[in-house]
Design a binder for this molecule. Structure first.
Ligand code: UD2
Length: 332
């Protein structure tokens, strides 16, 4: 009788252990398998495998510093975060347009720009490059990645380099109205005299995106090169200003870039009518616009580094940087 009681107790104890540890494990495993099967099924109907995988050429530094003036600084860390962003972005099947200008002698920068952007700009994602030029015959015919396309658009030139630079706002605004609103989802404007050295990925995709100038990211706002003359439409009153933004790289959704370029060119036109030209041309108007229409994403000077500058320790990577040029030679 005593032995039977002990046996019963042992059996109850064993049953308890099995119920406590075993069943949840069995349930969890079967749930995981079911979930995996669902995922496999979902992915099998997506054209996922037809895209080249980005970032395959070498391991990349994975933390990208994106500063937001309106929130705390954001640091994206780890490949997992990047992989999620890439996968989610790819599923939307979006097209990004890049507008750049190669007018007069600046056509010489096209090859370096295109070959490096083909490799490093939104690698593995759909990008249309649009090059506006007065020398279509001089644009090198290059083999691009299958998801990248090149459009060469003839334009007239202007005798003053300042007018070439400023009229970009008008040309971009007009082209959004006539073409890009039907062709692309996001649009970025880039100088042509730049090269990319590291990947620029989907972290730049947002509604309104500005890049902090590598010349002026440490200066107090009073020392930034804003247009201060009240006669100019680009004027920023003393005591105001967030950052100094580079006109070499900005962008966002097509509708936001349309608003930006239209407003900036309106400012340029009014200045012309009043016989004044803003200190840094359309860059001054861009700075005025972004002061009153805050960017939703802010790129650090990694995204436009000026080669004339010595790179300090805190700027660990130059993703995109200017090509050294003899201004007197290329502009005149
Ligand atoms: C700054 C800005 C630039 C523009 C300019 C206006 C940065 C890093 N760059 O650069 O975006 O606002 O100031 O003063 O903030 N271009 C031609 N042919 C020409 C001249 C210009 O195609 O003869 C185009 C070309 O795409 C070039 C761009 O205009 O990249 C800007 O000209 P820039 O690079 O000479 O201007 P820069 O270096 O003074």
């Amino acid at each position: 009788m005593q032995i039977r009681k002990v046996h019963m107790l042992l059996v109850i104890l064993m049953a308890g252990i099995i119920v406590y540890f075993g069943i949840p494990h069995i349930i969890q495993t079967s749930c995981q398998l079911a979930g995996q099967a669902d995922l496999d099924e979902t992915f099998s109907v997506l054209p996922r495998m037809s895209y080249p995988q980005p970032f395959v050429d070498k391991p990349q530094r994975t933390d990208v510093l994106l500063m937001s003036p309106w929130l705390a600084p954001i640091v994206w860390e780890g490949t997992f975060n990047r992989d999620i962003l890439n996968a989610q972005y790819r599923q939307k099947n979006l097209i990004v347009g890049v507008a750049t200008f190669a007018v007069k002698k600046y056509v010489r920068f096209t090859e370096g720009f295109l070959s490096s952007a083909n490799k490093f700009f939104l690698s593995g994602h759909r990008v249309n490059f649009y090059i506006f030029t007065d020398h279509p015959e001089k644009i090198p015919l290059m083999k691009l990645a299958p998801e990248k396309r090149l459009f060469i658009i003839p334009i007239q030139n202007y005798s003053r380099w300042q007018d070439i630079s400023m009229n970009r706002m008008d040309i971009i605004s007009s082209h959004i109205h006539s073409h890009w609103r039907y062709e692309v989802d996001y649009l970025y404007s880039m100088d042509i005299d730049v090269q990319l050295f590291e990947h620029i990925g989907v972290e730049i995709i947002d509604t309104l995106v500005g890049t902090i100038s590598s010349w002026q990211y440490t200066k107090p706002r009073e020392n930034n090169s804003y247009e201060r003359r009240p006669e100019s439409q680009a004027t920023i009153p003393s005591g105001e200003g967030d950052f100094y933004y580079a006109a070499s790289f900005y962008g966002g959704s097509v509708s936001e870039v349309y608003k930006l370029t239209t407003a900036c060119f309106k400012g340029v036109t009014e200045d012309r009518a009043n016989g004044i030209e803003a200190k840094w041309h359309e860059e001054s108007h861009l700075n005025k616009y972004l002061l009153y229409h805050k960017p939703t994403r802010l790129l650090s000077p990694e995204y436009y580094w000026d080669e004339e500058l010595i790179r300090p320790h805190i700027v660990k990577v130059k993703r995109l940087s200017s090509v050294r040029k003899d201004l007197k030679e290329v502009r005149f």
